[in-house]
Design a protein around this ligand. Structure first.
Ligand SMILES: [Zn+2]
Length: 255
């Protein structure tokens, strides 16, 4: 090809839309219905999980605590209310991660409840049929989080475990709320709508968000066009009955 044609071809590619922004991939380990049914055995090491993303949420082997992945580090919020950075060889039975690359940044001024915050994000990012990853760094006049205790086999269903969840409430705390908004069509695979976890700025506390009041914060959001689901071939997963509708159980577990 000659020297005149090459630049012309590049321009043509740009105008026809062949050159697009990179698509971020949300990578998920297992399905939410498998977790609801008690599939708590770790199936991916954190080492491998971190290859798929630097921001995310999930849980750990035997359902021991809530997972917060932030800035490439994996933290475990335990039922003692404290947060621990986890070693690479630890494993997860369920997690969602993304290589976070914000395509939208917005200053948020409170007071905003969790519901207000979700409405605000919906206004800023109205396409609810794509996945959205986000982190919200700021100050919160109140933050209510929970964690779940490590389970013994035979594992009880998640809806029974959360009856014994540990709940913590903090006032005037700095930190990061992070998580995902997933499309309605992921029902059974993921959590439709919002799923938020929190970690304090000093990385001493956190958990699954039950309620909050946001004062001032910076929202960073990242639209994800691609979804990658990884499943295990172990019997624990293969013998589960995943045919029933567990949305009622999910409702109990999330709130
Ligand atoms: Zn959670």
């Amino acid at each position: 090809m000659n020297r005149i044609l090459l630049p012309a071809l590049a321009v043509l590619l740009l105008v026809t839309g062949c050159v697009t922004a990179p698509k971020n991939t949300l990578m998920q380990v297992s399905t939410i219905d498998a977790l609801l049914a008690g599939a708590y055995d770790g199936q991916m090491t954190l080492d491998e999980l971190k290859e798929h993303g630097d921001l995310g949420i999930g849980t750990f082997d035997a359902l021991e605590g809530e997972m917060i992945v932030i800035d490439g580090k994996v933290y475990q919020a335990r039922t003692d209310g404290a947060v621990y950075e986890m070693p690479d060889q630890a494993t997860t039975p369920f997690a969602d991660v993304v290589h976070f690359d914000a395509d939208h940044t917005e200053l948020l001024c409170g007071p905003l409840s969790a519901e207000d915050l979700q409405e605000k994000i919906d206004q800023l990012k109205p396409n609810r049929n794509l996945f959205l990853a986000f982190r919200i760094d700021g100050t919160f006049s109140s933050m209510k989080v929970r964690s779940v205790p490590k389970q013994e086999k035979p594992y009880p269903p998640l809806a029974d475990v959360v009856k014994h969840q540990a709940v913590f409430e903090y006032k005037d705390i700095q930190g990061t709320v992070l998580g995902f908004r997933s499309p309605a069509f992921v029902k059974g695979i993921g959590v439709p709508g919002y799923h938020l976890h929190f970690i304090s700025k000093d990385r001493t506390t956190g958990g699954h968000v039950l309620g909050l009041c946001l004062n001032d914060a910076i929202l960073q959001a990242d639209t994800c066009n691609d979804f990658f689901l990884t499943l295990t071939d172990r019997d624990e997963f293969g013998t589960l009955d995943l045919s029933k509708d567990r949305s009622h159980e999910l409702e109990k577990v999330e709130k």
